[in-house]
Design a protein around this ligand. Structure first.
Ligand SMILES: Cc1cc2nc3c(=O)[nH]c(=O)nc-3n(C[C@H](O)[C@H](O)[C@H](O)COP(=O)(O)OP(=O)(O)OC[C@H]3O[C@@H](n4cnc5c(N)ncnc54)[C@H](O)[C@@H]3O)c2cc1C
Length: 404
């Protein structure tokens, strides 16, 4: 994503400071302060060295994950998610997609209390589901993001997508793809892609097709024709997440601050507590931030984003807000529901028919999908030019070190 931002001449959005806290349903179980040392001291006081163990665990995963950038810079690609993960972190990385983050952290010496208070809160905010379900790899990515060095694009992250489309001079057909069927031309596969838009139906023939939307059951109405064996239906479901963007006055009393002026937090995470009807909420800033921009005072009306599993009813909104001017609700089929589905989706569906979105079953983020997209581009290229040495190579760390 960083490369895209540079390539397109975009900028990071200016950071606006704001403190976070974790709400346990009745009171805050952990509160950030303005002082770095005091924050460290509090973590140590409550949880011993668990936070250091967590940091070491996340750093180890990230260090190995970052090998992918070197591999890709040398043109190497992988034909399955398992091959990709294996080349980065061996069997351990594959195992990390099959066991829960809670289990892995306990093994790394992180205490149950730290997991219940802190890890659960981060995962409820990023994946809307319990740490007993979220796999260790996805959990590590999300915990790396929670360490405070994430960024957004000035003007909105969507500028990356529109900018890249423009840069590649892609011919965009604004339509919904309904079907991909296999044909052949001079012994080579040719794919017919059928689509529908407001004006009706259309189709086109392509040498290569990359499917970049989830194919899982109920998520896509895309069908495949003439494939033998047929393209398998992918099992698994998605975790709904509702975002409510509310412009209003926070009810700070609900969080134990009867005087709204004294409410210090811009971001509220929550623990896995029965009856808590929201996963997280944060005071959001515009996509463009001028140098004179400041956060609203806590007693002023502000724009809050509330994440919940179900749409908030009137009573719940009144619990969180003393009053509000507007509420905008979006229901997302947001991330994979990480249940016991242990096999990762394929990347290659047919000779030159590829599937991108399966990587969300490893971890779901813009960075992951960008890395997976580059992998598919390299894979398609290497397969097309029969450069098989650049696909699924073992011992890549050694190879890239010795290559010029
Ligand atoms: C509420 C929420 C918050 C998130 N926050 C973050 C965050 O802070 N940081 C982060 O890194 N990630 C975040 N994510 C995850 C991130 O949005 C995804 O990882 C990313 O969007 C995946 O990109 P994608 O291109 O694979 O899929 P998508 O962005 O889902 O794009 C798929 C596109 O395909 C289109 N499509 C689907 N079916 C068809 C069809 N048949 N024909 C034509 N087009 C079709 C869809 O309309 C859609 O535009 C968040 C996700 C959600 C839901």
């Amino acid at each position: 994503m960083q490369d895209f931002v540079k390539l397109l001449g975009l900028k990071h959005r200016r950071e606006v400071a704001g403190k976070s806290a974790i709400f346990g349903g009745e009171h805050f179980v952990l509160e950030e302060t303005d002082w770095y040392l005091l924050n460290l001291f509090r973590l140590w006081w409550h949880y011993g060295i668990s936070f250091l163990r967590l940091q070491m665990w996340v750093e180890e995963v990230m260090e190995k994950f970052m090998r992918i950038y070197k591999y890709q810079a040398h043109g190497y690609a992988f034909s399955s998610l398992e091959e990709l993960l294996h080349s980065l972190g061996g069997e351990a990385f594959i195992n990390m997609t099959q066991r829960s983050v809670a289990e892995s952290l306990l093994e790394a010496g992180v205490t149950q209390r730290f997991i219940d208070d802190v890890i659960a809160a981060v995962l409820r905010s990023s994946y809307g589901q319990s740490m007993l379900l979220v796999p260790a790899f996805a959990g590590a990515m999300s915990l790396a993001g929670a360490q405070g060095n994430t960024w957004a694009v000035e003007g909105g992250n969507k500028l990356v997508c529109s900018g890249l489309l423009k840069l590649t001079k892609a011919n965009v057909v604004h339509a919904r793809v309904t079907n991909v069927s296999l044909h052949s031309a001079e012994g080579k596969p040719l794919y017919q892609v059928r689509y529908k838009d407001e004006e009706g139906q259309g189709s086109g023939f392509y040498d290569m097709v990359v499917i970049a939307a989830p194919l899982h059951h109920g998520k896509s109405n895309l069908t495949f024709e003439n494939f033998d064996p047929p393209i398998p239906e992918l099992s698994g479901s998605f975790q709904p997440t509702v975002t409510s963007v509310v412009h209003g006055y926070l009810n700070s009393s609900y969080f134990g601050f009867p005087d709204p002026k004294l409410f210090p937090f811009a971001s509220i995470l929550t623990t896995d507590t029965p009856n808590l009807f929201f996963n997280a909420m944060d005071n959001i800033c515009p996509v463009n931030i001028s140098s004179s921009f400041r956060r609203k005072q806590p007693q002023e009306p502000a724009v809050w984003r509330v994440l919940s599993q179900r749409p908030l009813d009137k009573q719940q909104l009144k619990t969180l807000f003393r009053s509000y001017y507007s509420v905008q609700v979006t229901e997302w089929q947001a991330y994979p529901y990480y249940d016991s589905t242990k096999t990762l989706p394929p990347i290659v569906l047919h000779d030159n028919l590829f599937y991108l979105s399966g990587v969300e079953w490893v971890a779901s983020s813009m960075e992951m999908i960008s890395v997976a997209a580059k992998n598919v581009a390299l894979l398609a290229y290497n397969r097309w030019y029969q450069d098989l040495e650049k696909i699924d190579q073992k011992d890549l760390m050694h190879k890239v070190k010795t290559e010029l």
